[in-house]
Design a protein around this ligand. Structure first.
Ligand code: AMP
Length: 495
């Protein structure tokens, strides 16, 4: 199919040609004709499908008639995050280069005075995050009565972020005669209800099941125990073993872990940046730009910050944490393997993540391969316990310490640590940092050259692990022995 058949204007078609697109994507082919007919559209599509152009291109065509009035935008696009809003603005600049339209962005982190000036000039297209938009409405600086087209993008993400009441308020401020274009990757009941309330006889365009992951993306799992420093070591091992790693997004579930992981990777000599919702707008934009340009190779990010980002050429995605919501897994790994390219997605799995992993596998209807043999955490735990029982008879008061005893003992040459049993049972952040500092401080002993280790073949690494096992047989894991099973238990200190 060609773009020429969709009913887009000459100016838009010229911009599309300049963008180098040969044919419309499925969501574009499905949605554009309906938008041009001025019908409401319910688009069920995730990012990476060409969804943004499916509304920007016909909107540009429709906006060629008419003019904007001060403080009364003609069209409104709601986005859940500042990054997405900025990205849509870039799309309007790219496809609207042959138009003379006023495109305004209302997002947090930018001064109200500056935004007031933009609104005063009159906006053909207003792109906003819900909170900031309502702030302007409440200050009496913005009127929504002139909005002819309303776009609600990434509705399911709006739901996750608690924006639905704001969306409902905004919808009620816009005349009922408007045209509404509504996009969501998933259709949970709350979103379904919203579409029933605010859309009128919409054309439904669904391009791919949200649970589907791209066939271009190789997916693998890697086992690690729950301790943070073990997870960080597992990530480094993945990074060093990754083939053709050009750049990668490393996803964390929590903001505080982003900071810790960012610092750790930086200490280990990686070219790394961080992206999370607490960073100010300018820093986030700069970080994103640096990542796009290749000045930053690894981007440690949260779901919120990374959702929908259009970074077309990400070679790898690493899930430092298994996402709690299975759909987020689909979104995360959708950051790679875009536009027909090959991609790879690695997920670090701890024993606590098993239920989340099961949810992902049932949503995507696939079983993700482990690196090495499949790891049965339950069996591993049983086996570890029985090996320990063979060494010493556990006393009731020792049981709590058992878990920690299996972890590597942090040995710092810089600062002697008191060997208290309760400290051993619950390692503090400091202990973890020390364990890491040890890894960084003693490369000569354990790793003659970091770069060499980075290219160390998997077989060699595995052989090293086997040496550590002192020849003890392990059962139930085939040829692969998970690293955490091979650690020496720490002998109990005489008190
Ligand atoms: P989106 O789903 O809107 O985030 O778009 C994903 C990527 O697809 C962006 O890099 C777009 O520039 C690109 N894209 C959009 N439409 C097309 C098309 N018809 N052909 C090729 N690439 C496209």
């Amino acid at each position: 199919m060609s773009f020429n058949t969709l009913g887009l204007s000459e100016k838009v078609l010229a911009a599309v040609e300049e963008a180098g697109y040969n044919e419309p994507t499925a969501i574009q082919a499905g949605a554009i004709p309906h938008v041009l007919e001025r019908r409401d559209v319910l688009g069920i599509a995730q990012t990476g499908t060409g969804k943004t152009a499916s509304f920007t291109l016909p909107m540009l065509t429709l906006l060629e008639k008419g003019r904007a009035r001060a403080r009364m935008p003609r069209t409104l696009i709601l986005e859940p995050t500042r990054e997405l809003a900025a990205q849509v603005q870039e799309n309007f600049e790219k496809y609207g280069k042959n138009h003379k339209l006023n495109v305004a962005l209302l997002i947090g982190g930018v001064s109200f005075a500056e935004q007031d000036r933009i609104i005063d000039r009159g906006a053909d297209v207003l792109i906003a995050t819900p909170g900031r938009l309502l702030d302007h409405v409440e200050r009496g600086k913005l009127m929504l009565q002139g909005v002819e087209i309303l776009v609600i993008d990434e509705a399911d993400r709006m739901l996750d972020m608690g924006f639905i009441p704001d969306i409902e308020r905004i919808c009620k401020l816009i005349p009922f005669t408007r045209q509404t274009l509504f996009f969501s990757a998933t259709m949970p009941p709350e979103i379904q209800r919203l579409t029933e309330t605010f859309l009128q006889n919409p054309a439904r365009v669904e391009v791919a099941r949200t649970s589907s992951t791209s066939e271009n993306v190789t997916q693998r799992l890697k086992a690690a125990m729950t301790k943070d420093y073990e997870k960080r070591a597992a990530l480094r091992e993945l990074l060093e073993g990754a083939e053709e790693l050009k750049n990668a997004i490393v996803f964390c579930n929590r903001k505080r872990d982003i900071t810790t992981l960012f610092r750790s990777l930086e200490r280990h000599g990686y070219n790394v940046g961080a992206l999370h919702g607490d960073m100010d707008q300018r820093t986030r934009m700069m970080m994103l730009e640096n990542f796009r340009k290749g000045n930053v190779t690894l981007l440690v990010a949260s779901d919120v910050a990374a959702r929908g980002l259009d970074i077309p050429d990400v070679s790898h995605v690493f899930n430092y944490d298994v996402p709690i919501h299975a759909e987020d897994y689909v979104h995360r790994i959708g950051r790679t393997g875009r536009a027909g390219r090959k991609g790879a997605a690695y997920t670090i799995v701890t024993p606590d993540d098993q239920k989340y992993l099961s949810a992902i596998e049932s949503l995507t209807q696939q079983s993700i391969e482990w690196i090495g043999e499949a790891v049965d955490f339950e069996a591993a735990e049983q086996e570890r316990k029985s090996r320990k029982r063979g060494r010493r008879a556990p006393k009731a008061e020792n049981l709590e310490q058992d878990n920690e005893a299996a972890a590597p003992k942090p040995k710092s040459r810089r600062k002697p640590r008191p060997e208290k049993s309760d400290e051993a049972a619950a390692p503090t952040a400091e202990a973890e940092a020390e364990a890491e500092a040890e890894e960084t401080a003693a490369p000569a002993r354990r790793r003659p050259q970091r770069q060499e280790t980075a290219k160390q073949p998997a077989a060699e690494r595995s052989a090293r692990n086997h040496r550590q096992s002192k020849g003890e047989p392990a059962f139930g894991h085939g040829g692969h022995i998970p690293a955490f099973l091979l650690r020496e238990p720490r002998p109990k200190k005489a008190s």
